[in-house]
Write a protein that binds this ligand. Structure first.
Ligand code: C2O
Ligand code: CU
Length: 478
């Protein structure tokens, strides 16, 4: 239903979690939702922008009226948005003023190995490191986040995540909503104690859902179309978003860029690290009314309402969603096949092994196309044990989903992907081509508690050798 916007958040104690005295309680929609600031370059050359960021502890207000200490990039929670243009290099100098080691990964980025932000490429406390991003891929909603070996789950949870929006001439030529009508929305869960402490706990104990760093905010919009870049930056959870009135919206992009054509939807499920861009038309609502976005994957202990849009004004709307958005590259034809078993029993592993930075799990060659079959193992749920979904992510490449339990993907999953959910018992097949960089990379579960506990493998991409390429590799034995 469409509600009349209350003049202000209801006063008095919130109705949440009456039995849990430890938790911060907050009135719903008490905050105005902030938009993470766009980072300004410290210098600009003919072909690049230079940025400086400092990772440090910062005090922020997540729940209204409480101060919470988080880890931040540049004092912002989430980190500031980096805007990049295809063909212009972005150089980020990261300084670690925290007392834990960090590593900064550009998620979804086509980036040389030494700038990828690998688990062992640590920035120790007090140190700095320079990352150079070539931006030689199509426009996409990427993000940067921590990847320090064994610590990524906690570091991301404590705040080390931010949006990286890459645009290109084709995408900017489309008549999509832009400027102030193009908004990143970073969703994540948290547990805030009554004294404001951000407690690092399992995702099943995290009842606060944050959007752009605020718990259940409201956002004033004009009665027109918006482009919303929806990120699930929750370290360990799926979210499923829908409007409380069932309103439809249009998905225009997935992880790695625009879809071939718009896809009408009424619900959006994102596993950890997945992104989707949607266009929502608020002109269907009366000025002065509101519509609430709900997370239907909320825990029983949680409220499903996560964000309220208040329609506060009229605005011109020259934007539209074209019927054709992009020409996708052909789906890679695999020359090499590999098989992966993602297991949670007896603990999190891939193919029976935990991540070892000194062991090469996948060796391949630049230019090779591969098909990976990935199982959420076992295929049948063992009685009495929780069988976790996984969110499978591969560095360096944008891959394509071939099928899920033998069924071809729907149009929303048929575009460029770097992260794919695999539900209990499921098998997915993906296809990718190794290019443009040789070197060391990783693949892992993006439920970061799983990757922090070793559900990760190492890939070495060797430079192409024309003599060896004449003989195609044989499929690896399962
Ligand atoms: Cu978003 Cu290896 O990570
Ligand atoms: Cu997992």
């Amino acid at each position: 239903p469409v509600h009349e916007a209350p003049p202000e958040a209801p006063a008095g104690p919130a109705e949440l979690w009456p039995e849990d005295e430890e938790l911060a309680r907050s009135a719903p929609f008490a905050h105005a939702m902030p938009i993470p600031p766009v980072l300004r370059p410290t210098s600009v050359t003919a072909s690049s922008e230079l940025y400086q960021l400092r990772m440090a502890e910062t005090q922020v207000e997540i729940v209204k009226g409480l101060q919470t200490t988080v880890y931040s990039y540049g004092g912002c929670f989430p980190g500031p948005t980096i805007r990049a243009l295809r063909g212009r290099e972005v150089v980020v100098q990261q300084t670690n003023a925290l007392d834990v080691s960090t590593s900064v990964h550009l998620h979804g980025g086509n980036v040389p190995s030494r700038y990828d932000g690998l688990p062992m490429a640590l920035i120790d406390p007090g140190e700095s490191r320079e990352y150079r991003y070539p931006n030689n891929q199509v426009a996409a909603s990427l993000w940067y986040h921590d990847h320090a070996h064994g610590k990524e789950a906690e570091n991301v949870y404590r705040g080390l995540h931010g949006a990286y929006l890459l645009s290109d001439p084709h995408e900017s030529s489309l008549p999509l909503p832009n400027g102030e009508f193009d908004i990143p929305l970073l969703f994540r869960d948290a547990r805030i104690e009554a004294d404001g402490t951000l407690r690092y706990v399992s995702p099943y104990e995290c009842p606060h859902m944050l959007v752009n760093g605020k718990e259940r905010p409201h956002f004033a919009v004009a009665a027109r179309k918006y482009r919303l870049r929806v990120y699930n930056v929750a370290p360990n959870r799926h979210i499923s978003l829908r409007f409380a009135d069932g309103a439809h919206f249009i998905q225009i992009a997935s992880d790695g860029g625009l879809l071939a054509a718009p896809v009408p939807r009424d619900e959006l499920t994102l596993a950890g690290a997945e992104r989707a861009e949607i266009v929502v038309d608020f002109s269907r609502y009366a000025i002065g009314s509101s519509v609430v976005l709900e997370n239907t994957a909320a825990l029983e202990s949680e409220r499903p309402e996560v964000l309220r849009f208040d329609i506060t004004r009229k605005a011109d709307d020259p934007s539209r969603v074209p019927g054709v958005l992009a020409t996708l590259p052909p789906v890679p034809k695999g020359m090499v096949e590999r098989e992966f078993f993602m297991q949670t029993f007896p603990d999190t592993r891939i193919n029976g092994r935990k991540y070892d930075p000194d062991r090469v799990d996948v060796e391949t060659t630049l230019g090779t196309s591969e098909i990976w079959t990935i199982h959420n193992w076992p295929n049948r749920k063992p009685a009495g044990v929780f069988h976790a979904p996984h969110s499978f992510h591969v560095h360096l490449v944008q891959f394509r989903l071939l099928d899920r339990d033998g069924r071809p993907p729907g149009p929303a999953e048929a575009g460029l992907k770097d992260t794919i959910p695999i539900y209990p018992g499921e098998t997915v097949r993906i296809a990718m081509t190794w290019g443009d960089y040789s070197g060391e990379y990783v693949y892992h579960c993006h439920h970061l508690v799983h990757s922090s506990h070793g559900q990760m493998g190492r890939i070495d991409v060797l430079p192409a050798d024309p003599e060896e390429q004449a003989e195609p590799e044989k499929p690896a034995a399962p």
